[in-house]
Ligand binder design. Sequence first.
Ligand SMILES: Nc1nc2c(ncn2[C@@H]2O[C@H](COP(=O)(O)OP(=O)(O)O)[C@@H](O)[C@H]2O)c(=O)[nH]1
Ligand SMILES: [Mg+2]
Length: 299
Amino acid sequence: MTEPMTERCGYVAIVGRPNVGKSTLLNHILGQKLAITSRKPQTTRHNMLGIKTEGRVQAVYVDTPGLHKAGETALNRYMNRTAASALRDVDVVVFVVDRNRWTEEDQLVLERLRERRGPLIVAVNKMDRLDNSADILPHLEWLTSQLPEAEIVPVSAQHGKNLETLERLVAERLPENGHFFPEDQLTDRTSRFLAAELVREKIMRQLGAELPYQVTVEIEEFKAEGAILHIHALILVERDGQKKIIIGSRGERLKRIGQEARKDMEVLFDSKVMLNLWVKVKGGWSDDERALFSLGYRD
Ligand SMILES: Nc1nc2c(ncn2[C@@H]2O[C@H](COP(=O)(O)OP(=O)(O)O)[C@@H](O)[C@H]2O)c(=O)[nH]1
Ligand SMILES: [Mg+2]
């Protein structure tokens, strides 16, 4: 066996405006559904690591909330900060765009990337949606003129098209380093966090525009008993009306949310899962109560 002696390892930020397919791309690269995705912007709220180790190369991907025009809310500002901070300390950046659909928000990301030095790859995603792939050529030329140093790769994250090329380009640009994480580690997030995110994904997907982005999910219990994983998740909403919407008539909607989240959890944790969900209006809670709750103090 003559493998190269040097190990490579580094951080790879996946950036772009909301909804271009960043989380879908990460999941496909990892071959695991780790990051939640939906048609709605602001599905991803936190930076999350997805670690891919192949032989001597370890790429530590950072999935980011999309950079978007500064919004009014604290959550919006938090998400922009989170995405921007990912740009600073990484070795490689993958800028994801949606075919030739260029918006003000793409422009905003582009401007930030121009200020940055270091390897940049532009993944032109959702190529499967183009009727004629030649239609994209003028846009690719334009991108090259804007970012002359960048590699540009057309991909389809959803269909896994051309991702080997993307991964090879990433690997070639990683610095020589020992690996930061054990070979079998997939993410920096806890199982509890991933479970809570899966519940949030089902809520985002099942509810239309009527649902504001104020829903949070907390895992109250996560316990293996024999071969079964018992998970209790609390869905916190701002108002009573939102609680009714999530529960649905005769509890139908909550039941569907639970069934779908449970299926994904069983794949992710490779175990049978018993999932209990309930919904609470958090308006009635003080910050202290919530803090205590998260420490495990409750009735
Ligand atoms: N047709 C198609 N849809 C995609 C592709 N990649 C992502 N999507 C869809 O685009 C939407 C947004 O994806 P998501 O990964 O959540 O975007 P993010 O906000 O950038 O993380 C979802 O409905 C995905 O299923 C792709 O390659 N082709
Ligand atoms: Mg995302």
